[in-house]
Design a protein around this ligand. Structure first.
Ligand code: APR
Length: 275
């Protein structure tokens, strides 16, 4: 079943002119990055996410919020992209137009080598100042201790905060409008590791479908978006994506992956086959 799904997904991707991968927290899981809620353990279990991920919470206790994000950032800077990330880099290199839209703030797609990445929730590796949103140049300092005050903005002295989208904040307009356009213009939307409960990720597959695209979902478990998917590839991103990229590569090179012929599948049509 999975093999057949993979073969069909590979054919769609190999034939596509424009592909967008939309990724969520499940993409980062095999790289050891806990989701926001999973990270609320130990010392942090006593806090409400509203206190840690809102401007109000930061203004009330900047030291606590900066320290919480520092603890998350430590995990992120130690993380290494798993083979699923490299598979998306490979797809970008072999397909005519391929972009990643991610809800993740860990920056792992870029670290793996993906060039066209749209981050709709910001990036935890960056900081900006609270009052005037001046971007901090380079990597913000990681405090040596568990508890530390946010450093001041080198431009205006306002405290630095992580450059991520907090509850109640607007998403970066450029990123969202680009994500939307990509979804509307793509032939295939590859949905990976998202529960599909948070906007705009939850809407992108619908937008893609309305514009005539096919939706392929990769997830170990069905999600809110599974009913929208034309194909559901059940499994982990780190297992499924490398197999998918390999099959697409073989198709683009005009080869037939071993085993497909015996199942009656034919190679994709080349323009040269016409007439
Ligand atoms: N490979 C692929 N998918 C996986 C894997 C894996 N190895 N492990 C888990 N998943 C799937 C889960 O089955 C689930 O559907 O990833 C999804 C993760 O869902 P969420 O934690 O809800 O993540 P996401 O959809 O990204 O939404 C979380 O909260 O912290 C914010 O910025 C974050 O807006 C985002 C939201």
């Amino acid at each position: 079943m999975m093999e057949e799904g993979l073969a069909r997904a590979a054919e769609w991707l190999a034939d596509a002119s424009r592909v967008v991968a939309s990724t969520g927290a499940g993409m980062s899981k095999e790289s050891g990055i806990p989701t926001f809620r999973d990270a609320m353990e130990g010392l942090w279990a006593q806090f409400d996410p509203q206190e840690l991920a809102t401007e109000e919470g930061f203004r009330k206790d900047p030291r606590r919020v900066w320290s919480w994000y520092a603890s998350r950032r430590r995990k992120v800077v130690e993380a290494v992209p798993h083979p699923g990330y490299h598979a998306l880099v490979e797809l970008e290199s072999i397909l005519p137009a391929f972009a990643v839209v991610t809800q993740n703030v860990d920056g792992l797609h870029a670290l793996a080598g993906s060039r066209d990445v749209v981050e709709v929730h910001g990036n935890i590796r960056r900081a900006k100042c609270l009052d005037r949103h001046h971007s901090y140049p380079g990597d913000p300092p990681l405090p040596a201790e568990d508890e530390a005050d946010p450093p001041p903005c080198p431009v205006c002295g306002s405290p630095l905060r992580p450059d991520v989208v907090w509850f109640g904040e607007m998403l970066p307009e450029d990123a969202v409008s680009r994500a939307w356009r990509l979804a509307e213009e793509c032939d295939v939307l590859l949905l990976v590791g998202t529960s599909g409960t948070v906007w705009p990720a939850a809407e992108l597959p619908h937008a893609a479908k309305r514009s005539g695209a096919r939706v392929i979902e990769v997830n170990p478990d069905p999600s809110e978006l599974t009913p929208v998917a034309d194909l559901f590839l059940q499994g982990r991103a780190g297992d499924v994506l490398p197999r998918l990229a390999q099959a697409v590569k073989e198709l683009r090179q005009g080869e037939t992956p071993i085993g497909w012929i015996s199942r009656g599948r034919s190679r994709r049509r080349d323009p040269a086959d016409e007439g």
